[in-house]
Design a protein around this ligand. Structure first.
Ligand code: FAD
Ligand code: NA7
Length: 538
């Protein structure tokens, strides 16, 4: 093992969260900080997800940091949504602007973090065997980052290529190839739409068809960008007091309080404008909480799908049934691509994949779908996935996997009992929103807390088990008030075979969440146990 190097803080991850955490702690608070990412550079999600069509579904002007006015004024964008290369370039630019590269070790995976009670230090070990001692650990390891790669029978016999969308090789083109895509979530829809015109043949394996509305991607004029920049103070203030933080006011009008005609008008307008979160939250106030209201939105979308897809049998395979209750999706012409002669939909719930062979995918009906490439758009082991892939050991030898045996829990989505001075950005039961403003909220709260600990001479800060249990219960109670709990999706960990579905988000909205965080700090960090340095000396 290499010698121990001692620092104030270790930050794991170099996406939005890790970048901002390193900036706060090193540049603003003057702490010694080392950041790690197994990726070869900064960007996190936007470093890894280089698949064709990768696009934010948050509008460009609020899919960025808000903490620095000059950074905001210098920023720009080409369309109402930002593409993966643009976001990556933006994040690389932030890292350079704030001179953060010198703190990061890229291409370096953190394998373990073990709390040494006697020293009051975390021992952090990298894949290369380097060992660091750190007073604080900030995990910004991403909530949609640990890849879900299903092990299909016979996959090892496939003679073609397999690619997961979140590990897409830089610049890889599939033009002219026979491609199969497994997965029709947000990512699947984007990659399918982008690949359809360039590949020879596209076979889409659809397990659960999803509701989706147009994204509404349009060019951003210089005038519109200037107007936004002039109004940024108000825009961010609104984002941070809103629920979903997407930059629009959520509706306060229940769907059934208006006439059918009015509802249709509202949905039609939202469909024309575009945006998944707008469609679910800007139209009516109760689509996410009331089944009858939900059905009005769902049937509107189903009707649109039947109008777009020309072949009725294909339309049937692509039309969702039941509640509109997953993370709301939007697309840039996804349903339209199924009218192309080179695109075919295979419904694998009614006709499951039997096996993969050397030449392609065989379905239960005996058909061999011959393929050169299989693209896995199969998503992520969301939220706690990356934590469980490390060896994380807190007080009394407690492993995070044992602590989270029933379900992953936290206090405030930020910390967990028996893991002192150990913080999470977007940990379990954090806010479910447009994420950069929630990430900023958490990083600011964590760095303020570390500052408080430094100034008041705390050896350790960690939540009490009681506070953690109460937070978990609150998140469960709020989730149960919504329709989201009534369908299976990654929001509840239901997409991973063997993973116990549980509540993984605080669905109370960013405005309320910020209120809770402020109150906890103002009340002497209620729910936390604070151990003074003197306690040990005594
Ligand atoms: P990430 O960007 O995921 O970064 C985490 C980093 O930690 C990764 O680079 C990973 O390599 C690293 N890491 C993890 N474990 C280790 C380890 N043990 N050692 C070293 N490094 C490690 N959110 C929105 O709000 N709006 C959107 O439009 C949107 N679109 C998305 C589209 C896609 C395709 C995906 C996958 C996600 C999208 N998201 C979106 C969610 C997105 O993940 C967040 O917005 C945001 O980028 C998360 O930043 P982060 O820093 O928390 O994590
Ligand atoms: P998602 O939303 O989890 O979608 C994954 C898709 O892959 C979905 O259609 C799954 O079907 C399908 N899937 C997963 N495993 C399998 C197997 N074993 N066989 C067949 N099909 C499978 O991930 P995304 O990457 O699209 O999006 C995640 C978030 O990242 C998104 O909300 C954005 O915020 C970015 P299922 O629906 O489970 O039947």
């Amino acid at each position: 093992q290499n010698t121990i190097q001692t620092v104030d803080a270790v930050v794991i991850g170099a996406g939005f969260g890790g970048i901002y955490a390193v900036h706060k702690l090193a540049n603003e608070q003057g702490l010694t900080v080392v950041g790690f990412d197994k990726a070869g550079g900064p960007g996190g999600t936007w470093y890894w997800n280089r698949y064709p069509g990768a696009l934010s579904d948050t509008e460009s002007h609020v899919y960025r940091f808000s903490f620095d006015r000059d950074l905001l004024q210098d920023g720009t964008w080409k369309h109402s949504y930002v593409t993966q290369p643009e976001i990556l370039e933006y994040l690389e630019g932030v890292v350079d602007r704030f001179d953060l590269r010198r703190h990061f070790r890229f291409g370096t995976e953190v394998k373990s973090a073990v709390y040494l009670e006697n020293e009051g230090l975390w021992e952090v070990t990298t894949g290369g065997g380097a060992v660091y001692g750190a007073t604080y650990v900030i995990n910004a390891v991403g909530l949609l980052s640990a890849i879900n790669f299903p092990n299909l029978p016979g996959l090892d016999k496939f003679e073609g290529e397999t690619i997961h969308t979140a590990a897409w090789p830089q610049g890889k083109s599939l033009a002219g190839r026979r491609v199969g895509v497994i997965g029709t979530g947000s990512t699947g829809q984007q990659v399918i739409t982008a690949l359809a015109p360039e590949v020879d043949h596209l076979t889409v394996f659809v397990r659960t068809p999803q509701y989706s509305v147009p994204v509404g991607k349009r060019p951003a004029t210089a005038e519109a960008i200037a107007d936004i920049k002039a109004d940024y103070d108000n825009i961010w203030a609104q984002v941070k007091r809103s629920a979903v933080a997407f930059g629009f006011e959520e509706s306060t009008v229940p769907a059934m309080s208006v006439s059918e005609e009015e509802r249709r008008r509202v949905y039609e307008k939202a469909w024309e404008y575009g945006g998944g979160f707008r469609f679910m939250f800007e139209t009516f106030s109760d689509i996410a909480t009331d089944e009858e209201a939900n059905e009005t939105a769902a049937s509107f979308i189903r009707n649109k799908i039947s109008q777009i897809i020309e072949d009725p049998e294909t339309a049937r395979k692509l039309t969702p049934t039941g509640l509109f209750a997953r993370r709301p999706l939007c697309d840039d012409g996804y349903f339209q691509v199924f009218n192309r002669p080179n695109v075919e939909a295979v419904a694998i719930k009614e006709n499951p994949i039997r096996e993969v062979t050397a030449k392609g995918v065989v379905t239960e009906d005996g058909v061999l779908h011959e393929l050169d490439v299989i693209v896995f758009a199969t998503g992520f082991d969301a939220v706690d996935g990356n934590y469980r892939r490390m060896e994380i050991v807190g007080r009394n030898g407690l492993n995070i996997n044992d602590h989270w045996d029933g379900q992953p829990t936290s206090y405030l989505g930020i910390s967990t009992a028996n893991f002192p001075n150990w913080f999470m950005v977007l940990g379990p039961n954090g806010p479910f929103t447009n994420l950069p403003p929630s990430i900023e909220t958490q990083v600011e709260w964590i760095s303020d807390t570390i500052d408080h600990a430094q100034k008041t001479g705390l050896r350790a800060i960690e939540p009490t088990p009681g506070a953690e249990a109460e937070w978990t219960e609150l998140c469960t109670r709020i989730a149960n008030m919504t329709v989201f709990t009534k369908v299976e999706s990654w929001i509840f960990g239901a997409n991973i075979p063997g993973k116990k579905p549980s509540v993984l988000f605080y669905l109370g909205g960013l405005g309320n969440y910020r209120g809770v965080l402020a109150e906890v700090a103002a009340n002497g960090y209620c729910g936390f146990e604070l151990t003074p340095a003197t306690a040990v000396a005594a």
